[in-house]
Design a binder for this molecule. Structure first.
Ligand SMILES: *Cc1c(COP(=O)(O)O)cnc(C)c1O
Length: 390
């Protein structure tokens, strides 16, 4: 549990599977050979360490602090998701599982999962909301190319929440031989702990790289939060450094008060869904609301339990960026640095620009550039026209 959040609230049929997973991960977590293979694959397959890049032109235009980018976009498959997939596929093999299932929103987790399944010779089925399949068609094609079966989900809002429901349903009917490879730091225990363990490599590297470069620690860290895994991965290794401020950036969609956003912490309440107690967007009767964001990867009405705890303790501050601001930051980074960011990461950039402007030129901000943005080109190019029609 993370304070009052987390837990493992599952249907009875899945309790044994979740307990088996927790026991196996507890064993693997203590096993040096497990981490040895994980580190080796991160180096040779993923291409780690990812660079820490001083974005001089973005810094200059912000008119304040220096902005550093942690380049998770340069990882194999184009985002931070692969760090987690490497860890979990090693665990799946250790557990003797023969088949992998996963859910995906933007398709980044699906592509990373399909890649490691190809690498380990395991068949996989990826659940994806039909609406997300339409917005992220190139990633659907990539998953199929990698040998995965992409299963469209039409239920509900046909986005990530619904894909996760379907993946859980599949798991219930195939618990014996199937490994559920969850893509973010949410869901029942041990997933949040496990995913955050696998993503901490981001913050460990960033801390070491920044210290090496400057001899000091950064003043602030900024990361977008969907389920919260890239943010947690960056933040955790800095938690004990009280001088380092941390900012999670939620998707404000068409505005925090528009009813069309994905700001689970700033506009949600605690509840239980998908196996954990955390913050969710919900109506007065506790019905989960549909999230909205221009980026499919942030379009989830909940958030990992670790962030719920940090939100209440105040260790991490939570801000937001709207669709418009994210699209503007997408162009900004592309034009000024030659780096096309994922729309998810563009939320963090938009917030960091505002934050940097309030800080002195001696201050430094590290932004987690969680992924690359070629997958979002069509969404962004159609964005003005799409909004104009409404
Ligand atoms: C999936 C995704 C996110 C959101 O997921 P988190 O678990 O919050 O990190 C952010 N950025 C990119 C590029 C993604 O693919």
């Amino acid at each position: 549990m993370f304070g009052a959040f987390g837990g493992a609230y599952m249907p009875e049929t899945l309790m044994p599977a979740v307990a088996e997973l927790a026991a196996c991960y507890a064993e693997a977590r203590r096993a040096p050979d497990f981490w040895h293979e994980y580190r080796q694959l991160l180096q040779d397959y993923v291409g780690r360490p990812s660079p820490l890049f001083l974005a001089r032109r973005l810094s200059a235009e912000s008119g304040g602090a220096r902005i550093f980018l942690k380049r998770e976009d340069l990882n194999h498959t184009g985002a931070h998701k692969i760090n987690n997939c490497i860890g979990q596929i090693l665990l799946a093999r250790r557990m003797g599982k023969r088949r992998v299932i996963a859910e995906t929103g933007a398709g980044q987790h699906g592509v990373a999962t399909a890649s490691v399944c190809a690498l380990f010779g395991m068949p996989c089925s990826i659940y994806m909301g039909r609406r997300d399949m339409e917005r992220q068609l190139p990633n659907v094609k990539r998953m199929e190319l990698l040998g995965a079966r992409v299963r469209p989900v039409d239920a509900g809002s046909a986005t990530l929440k619904d894909a996760m429901n379907e993946a859980l349903r599949d798991w219930i009917t195939h618990v014996e031989d199937t490994y559920y490879l969850l893509g973010t730091g949410a869901g029942p225990h041990p997933y949040p702990q496990m995913v955050c363990d696998f993503q901490q490599v981001i913050g460990r590297e960033a801390r070491e790289q920044f210290l090496h470069l400057t001899g000091t620690l950064p003043d602030a860290l900024v990361a977008c939060v969907g389920g919260g895994s890239n943010a947690a991965g960056l933040f955790i290794p800095f938690l004990a450094d009280s001088s380092v401020k941390m900012y999670g950036v939620e998707a404000a969609g068409r505005g925090l008060d528009s009813g069309e956003h994905a700001a689970s912490l700033q506009r949600g309440r605690p509840g239980v869904l998908h196996g954990n107690r955390t913050y969710f967007l919900q109506d007065d009767d506790g019905q989960i609301l549909t999230a909205h964001s221009v980026s499919a990867g942030l379009d989830y009405p909940g958030i990992g339990p670790l962030h719920a705890q940090w939100f209440e303790s105040g260790r991490v501050s939570y801000g937001s960026a709207t669709d418009d601001e994210a699209v503007a930051a997408y162009h900004w980074s592309s034009r000024r640095e030659g780096i096309v960011p994922a729309l998810e990461s563009a939320h963090a950039l938009a917030f960091a620009r505002r934050l940097a402007a309030t800080l002195s030129p001696e201050a430094s901000v590290i932004v987690n550039l969680s992924g690359r943005g070629d997958k979002d080109m069509e969404t962004v190019l159609g964005f003005g026209a799409m909004e104009g029609k409404q």
